[in-house]
Design a protein around this ligand. Structure first.
Ligand SMILES: *[C@@H]1O[C@H](CO)[C@@H](O)[C@H](O)[C@H]1NC(C)=O
Ligand SMILES: *[C@@H]1O[C@H](CO)[C@@H](O)[C@H](O)[C@H]1NC(C)=O
Ligand SMILES: *[C@@H]1O[C@H](CO)[C@@H](O)[C@H](O)[C@H]1NC(C)=O
Ligand SMILES: CC(=O)N[C@H]1CO[C@H](CO)[C@@H](O)[C@@H]1O
Length: 778
């Protein structure tokens, strides 16, 4: 086998090249960031954290048929209803068997994080029961859980009917494993012993004797299992195969002693093992390498070899299966992630191709070119093998020659390459790691889009689409949303999608969140905003941004995923560039020589921000010139020092895909420092007098530089550090009131200080005009 293309990391210039491809301009920045609070406030997300505030979550199963959500945690199982707003959580307490906890502890395991029954496996078993398995404090156990028929909400288990879970569930609560349950039988890929040294693909339950992989590093070499699926080849059930996705140490990567490769392996469902050779062992196991790499100049590719997660995208007709793989680099020089898509047809082709073969220790890996015995290893016994002259009705009938060959050649020579030969998504230099992926194929006005939901190790979910323009190299990736699912950063360890319910189910140790796939209203109330969102789920229906239904007969469906061009989509829609331009005006007072800040945070971080200023007595708007005194920041415009001539109305405009929109309008009034000081001085001098000099407040009608100086702004100018001075001001402000309502002033004063003290400097609040008016109106 040639290894020249398997260089994991090219030189730095190559890396830059790679980063250049993927992070052009603001493409990596999500268009919309929604915080944990935003998600809860809009009912986009709801969270279940168990009945005692911490789940220690390990597994979940979304039961679409019963409309239930089953969750496995530490010593507990939960059942939640999905068909009504009240989840009506039911709980089963399932601790380890008596004595197991102590034994686990005596064997050197951690009593708080390992010696419990972590429920790691949940599969539907029959019409009334689930199969659940837990680690049982390093002594795996399985049981049948009574969940009732559809429509009833019952949940119980018989604690006396618990069986050994060895080979079905890992001992270790944290070690990755994969499982699938088919026709009454459980297929698992895991390490099946206490020390975690016996990697195995195992079949259990059902009436047939259990089957496992041969203990041989050629089959599995320190594997990490990520997923297992039943994927039929065709209509002939005899050909059904179970596919396992895993990473392992790659024997064929000579020279590099510890290279990790990603694999797809498969076995026939009707495998029964051999008669004399491979007895109770898989006789149809084959595996192939999954390649996910970015081509570089000079044929040196950057490889993403470590598999993080797999998602099987089943199309409606079930014909064209696609496998989405989320990969990472194992290099410690830089961190990168990639998503590659594989067609099942390409995987099948590799399994139908040559076997990898090595003549001896001194030889290179090569394609096996000799005669392959019949039935070809990896072919399931079926009508084809069971011809009148060659009757191989089952794998036990297979000639020893076939089984010997199978045992010597588990690896295929060719690798599986992704669709278009490269990733659909590459992310580098992220502040987090990507851990989980689910994909939804969505019908939009201009075609189909695969929307990827990617979970991070910091509790975020990214909603991403990848747009392929004519030339694949120029694929554009659009991060539609970044959702903060959990309050504190925590790795997302499980993600399921329910297309029927249009929901995501997201697990982290803390709990499980149910999150809507889309919430079109979030994008705004104008056609242009809806269009700029480029969310295939959403379209402008003439009056609002709503879920796009391809079947709907409504005529007004404006959507432009490919270009996000509102100018084309929304011109005839009263989209009202006007309406958008007509944002609420705010007034901000700044003191001469001091710093001030004009806040403007565009809804979309992808938008370009421009500031314009209209000076008094002018009808021109000029772009604000920034320098070391006036600085453009991500949150707004910072004046390190303001001058009188900075007075004017400032417009914060965003530009996105050629669509400009005013998002903030702030009138800046500059208060001259002498004037304020004068004012203050004069009043101090009158101290001791009889208050015949008016309080400031009635004087708020007094003109300060031609404008009313609102009390609160003056307070902000003085600064809260000088509380003494603020107190003095307040005295004066409220004195007229004080004279009238002798008991009120202290209270009002304190309330005001607290309220202001909490909020940011120079931030204007809706109530900014209220206080002074109260004082004068009375
Ligand atoms: C969220 O759901 C609750 C309960 O169903 C409801 O009372 C509330 O109005 C909803 N909030 C929003 C913003 O839809
Ligand atoms: C389902 O399996 C359980 C456990 O084997 C059994 O007790 C129960 O009777 C089965 N239910 C049905 C409907 O077959
Ligand atoms: C556009 O909006 C304005 C103001 O909101 C309204 O008066 C006008 O009728 C609208 N025009 C159309 C074509 O909807
Ligand atoms: C609130 C604030 O920063 N005030 C400052 C304004 O500028 C004068 C003179 O530069 C300072 O003395 C104030 O502290």
């Amino acid at each position: 086998m040639t290894v020249s293309r398997s260089l994991t990391l090219g030189p730095w210039w190559l890396l830059w090249n790679l980063i250049g491809i993927c992070t052009s301009s603001k493409g990596n920045v999500p268009r919309l960031r929604l915080s944990y609070k935003d998600l809860l406030a809009t009912n986009r997300s709801s969270l279940f954290i168990g009945l005692r505030g911490f789940l220690d979550f390990r597994s979940l199963y979304v039961d679409e048929y019963r409309d239930r959500l089953f969750i496995g945690g530490k010593d507990t199982l939960y059942s939640l209803r999905l068909d009504q707003t009240n989840p009506d959580a039911k709980e089963i307490y399932w601790p380890p068997a008596p004595g197991q906890r102590d034994e686990c502890f005596l064997n050197g395991k951690d009593p708080t994080t390992e010696c419990a029954n972590y429920i790691r496996l949940l599969h539907p078993y029959n019409r009334t029961h689930l199969l659940a398995c837990g680690t049982g404090a390093f002594h795996p156990v399985c049981a049948f859980i009574y969940v009732g028929h559809r429509g009833e909400h019952v949940f119980s288990m018989d604690p006396w009917n618990v069986e050994n879970g060895r080979g079905k569930c890992p001992h270790d609560p944290n070690k990755l494993f994969a499982s699938t349950f088919i026709g009454g039988e459980l297929y698992t890929g895991l390490t099946a012993d206490f020390l975690g040294r016996d990697p195995v693909i195992f079949r259990s339950f059902g009436s047939r004797s259990s089957l496992r992989t041969e203990t041989d590093q050629r089959f599995l070499n320190d594997p990490k299992f990520l997923a297992a699926y039943l994927i039929p080849d065709n209509d002939d059930r005899d050909n059904d195969k179970v596919y396992f996705f895993f990473t392992e140490k790659a024997a064929e990567s000579e020279g590099k002693n510890r290279a990790i490769y990603s694999r797809v392996g498969r076995i026939c469902v009707n495998d029964a093992g051999g008669q004399r050779v491979l007895v109770n062992k898989w006789s149809t196991f084959n595996k192939a390498r999954l390649v996910c790499s970015v081509p570089g100049p000079g044929g040196i590719d950057t490889h993403f070899d470590e598999l993080e997660d797999i998602f099987l995208l089943r199309t409606k007709d079930g014909a064209n299966l696609e496998v989405y793989g989320l990969f990472s680099t194992i290099s410690n020089v830089f961190q990168g992630f990639a998503v590659c898509v594989y067609r099942m047809a390409d995987i099948w082709e590799v399994f139908n191709g040559p076997f990898a073969h090595k003549e001896g220790p001194e030889h290179q890996w090569a394609a096996y070119e000799g005669k392959v015995p019949y039935p070809r290893p990896g072919v399931c016994p079926s009508k084809i093998t069971n011809q009148p002259r060659r009757q191989y009705g089952g794998t036990k009938d297979y000639p020893d020659e076939v089984l010997h060959f199978a045992r010597a050649h588990p690896l295929m020579y060719r690798s599986v390459y992704p669709l278009h030969g490269q990733p659909v998504l590459v992310k580098t230099n992220l502040p987090y790691r990507l851990k989980q992926i689910v994909v939804d194929r969505v019908e939009a006005e201009d075609g189909q889009y695969d929307v990827m939901f990617i979970g991070t190790d910091t509790g975020l979910v990214l909603k991403v689409i990848s747009l392929q323009k004519g030339n694949f190299i120029e694929a554009e990736e659009v991060t539609l949303e970044e959702l903060q699912i959990f309050k504190a950063p925590t790795p997302i360890t499980a993600m399921e999608i329910s297309v029927k319910r249009q929901m995501l189910y997201i697990g982290s140790r803390v709990g499980v969140a149910q999150v809507k796939l889309h919430h079109c209203e979030t994008y705004g109330t104008a056609c242009a905003e809806c269009c700029l969102a480029r969310d295939p789920y959403c379209a402008w229906d003439g009056t609002s941004c709503t879920r796009y239904q391809s079947t709907s007969k409504r005529r007004f469906r404006r959507q432009d995923i490919r270009n996000g061009n509102p100018v084309h989509q929304c011109l005839d829609q009263n989209l009202s560039l006007d309406k958008l331009d007509n944002v609420e005006e705010k007034i901000l007072y700044g003191m001469e020589q001091n710093s001030t800040f004009l806040e403007c945070i565009p809804k979309s971080p992808q938008a370009m921000v421009h500031w314009f200023v209209q000076r008094p007595y002018s009808d021109r708007r000029d772009e604000v010139k920034t320098d070391e005194r006036i600085v453009k920041t991500e949150q707004g415009l910072l004046f390190r020092k303001i001058f009188r001539l900075d007075t004017g109305t400032y417009y914060c405009k965003t530009l996105e895909h050629g669509f400009a929109q005013t998002v903030a309008k702030i009138t800046l009034e500059v208060v001259e420092s002498e004037q304020l000081d004068d004012l203050f001085q004069r009043e101090n001098e009158d101290e001791g007098g009889q208050h015949h000099v008016p309080c400031i407040l009635p004087a708020h009608q007094r003109q300060v530089h031609g404008q009313k100086a609102w009390f609160k702004d003056i307070m902000q100018l003085i600064g809260y550090a000088n509380l003494q001075r603020v107190e003095e001001y307040c005295e004066r402000v409220w004195c007229s009131d004080k004279q009238r309502k002798k008991n009120k002033p202290a209270k009002s004063k304190n309330a005001l200080i607290n309220e202001n003290g909490k909020k940011g400097k120079n931030k204007l609040h809706p109530e900014r005009n209220r206080m002074p008016r109260q004082a004068t109106d009375t």
